[in-house]
Ligand binder design. Sequence first.
Ligand code: NAP
Length: 266
Amino acid sequence: MPERRNVYFYHPMDTSMKEKVEPLYDLAQRYGFNIVKDYKDANIVISIGGDGTFLQAVRKTGFREDCLYAGITTSRKLSMYCDFQIDDTSKMIEAITNEQIEVRRYPTIDVTVDNQFSFKCLNEFSIRSAIIRPFVMDVFIDTLHFETFRGDGMIVATPTGSTAYNKSVNGAVVDPMLPCLQVTELASVNTNQYRTLGSSFILSGDRQLTLKVVQDGNDHPTMGMDNEALSVQHVESIHIKLSDSKIKTVKLKDNSFWEKVKRTYL
Ligand code: NAP
């Protein structure tokens, strides 16, 4: 990758991690890469840890469209966002010496809370009752009032996030080549008064999902952007749509989305 030379490593800073990552810093320098201390100077961001570290690396560096992201796992197994194992330096060398590196692009979603706070998610936006009581939301697809939800909460997942929280609650696994968002319920209460679809549904990238939290006292749900909780205490409305920006990762021989699904789950 001749045009990309500035690497930012993102990893926990503890002593045991320092020992593990030093050989990677040396390797990068040996192959002519500059290791930058400020992620704003980088055009390659490498996370070292697990999928959670990769999600944090993308968030802390601002979902950069002009960067190539790569995940190195410290565990024995490769995962959904980590295509390199920390001891497998030959695979890393093969990738960094490739003159014409190809990229995979992962869709992200844009979320706006109460028309005030906006952020992106790579896995999912989640909203859950913070107390042991269901809460109520009106769900709109574009301007259509689709359903009134009562239950524990909802997950709005990206295609790459479809294998995470979404999958644990029976959502479908979605190919990231389909730019879309998936809406999955968490324990809906279905009665004659409140009725929801009951199954996950997938919205095209041209649609907007709006959640309006009914202000009945239980309107302080917990909201999550990937693996980080939102500090917002109270919410009325949330707008969610597919983002124009995508996260670029390295395309390798063995890391198509379905190969990753197979290596992780089957
Ligand atoms: P964590 O508690 O350390 O681990 C959650 C697990 O999810 C880990 O095994 C992680 O992989 C895996 N994971 C993360 N993103 C994934 C993806 N896109 N596809 C498949 N597996 C994925 O938390 P974390 O590592 O920071 O991950 C945060 C994610 O956990 C959230 O974004 C949410 O999707 C998920 N989550 C799941 C549940 C559930 O399934 N009931 C509940 C809450 C949150 P690694 O081992 O490689 O890190």
